[in-house]
Unconditional design. Structure first.
Length: 297
């Protein structure tokens, strides 16, 4: 038999770098967790309650800690532990998970940026230093929690409420100096470089369509030409149809004249009975139901 343990992380509020914060919270929760003590005698398994025996911790041999690195200007600038605003403008992100022994557990790179070997090695060295500091903080926090529990003091969430470590989601208002704002803005605009000229080209998705914008020529003329061609084709088709109708009317007139001449010749001859062949008669079969269906409500 084995223990099945599930770790759920609920995100209440964040200011960036969720991966590192969630990784630390998950490791601390697993280290803080205690399972019931168990004894096995043959095939008989006994699970003791907390009143019978003290729960025991999990067997965690090392703590993998994640450290995130944000890159800006195609890798020119490197930043550790980016905030939420910095994550919005970063070009790429590199996450390295490592334990205090310097063993790399995982590396994940995201974003449209290419990293060279020296950059990855530099990040790994920084990760080793940060992981050692974070692991030491975790161990001190766990030791402090265990010590306070033995002394019978407040711990966990009850300790965080008076210190406003968890329930404080607001910041005190800060005064902002708005004097001479217009003058400073004019100086910044005067010193700034003019924006580079960008020449756009129209994007033709299909004949007769185009993207219309400032400084971009449209191609609606192509659509009008195509409509004119379609109208000309329709007029040509109508003329051909009228010519065919006139031709068919002429043929019908000649056929009627020939039929009248043939009937006049037959009338001059002796009246003979006309025999219709079976092929000209249509056989009609009427299917009737054998029983009259009963009326149902």
């Amino acid at each position: 038999q084995v223990w099945q343990i599930r770790l759920d992380l609920h995100l209440l509020n964040h200011d960036g770098n969720i991966i590192d914060a969630a990784g630390i919270a998950g490791i601390v929760a697993l280290c803080h967790f205690r399972r019931p003590d168990v004894s096995v005698q043959g095939e008989e398994v006994t699970v003791y309650t907390p009143e019978e025996r003290d729960p025991v911790p999990l067997s965690i041999h090392h703590m993998p800690i994640c450290v995130s690195f944000a890159f800006f200007h195609q890798g020119t600038y490197l930043l550790v532990d980016p905030s939420e605003r910095e994550e919005r403008v970063m070009d790429g992100l590199l996450v390295i998970a490592m334990n205090k022994h310097g063993e790399i557990c995982t590396i994940q790179s995201s974003g449209g940026i290419m990293l060279v070997t020296d950059q990855v090695l530099r990040c790994s060295k920084i990760t080793a230093v940060k992981v050692a500091e974070i692991t030491e903080l975790i161990q001190k926090a766990l030791e402090n929690d265990q010590k306070v529990r033995k002394e019978g003091g407040k711990f966990g969430f009850a300790e965080s409420i008076p210190n406003q470590k968890i329930t404080a989601f607001k910041m005190e208002s800060t005064a902002v100096d708005t004097n001479k704002v217009e003058e400073q803005a004019e100086e910044i605009i005067a010193k700034a470089e003019p924006p580079s000229e960008v020449f756009s080209t129209p994007i033709l998705h299909a004949p007769g369509t185009a993207q219309i914008g400032e400084g971009i020529e449209n191609s609606w003329g192509d659509l009008e030409e195509s409509e004119g061609e379609d109208t000309a084709e329709e007029e040509g088709e109508s003329e051909a149809t009228a010519f065919e109708c006139q031709k068919m009317e002429a043929e019908d007139t000649s056929t009627m004249r020939e039929t009248e001449d043939a009937s006049a010749v037959k009338e001059s001859e002796k009246d003979e009975p006309i025999v219709l062949s079976d092929s000209e008669e249509e056989e009609v079969v009427i299917l009737e139901p054998q029983e009259v269906p009963k009326k149902t409500r």
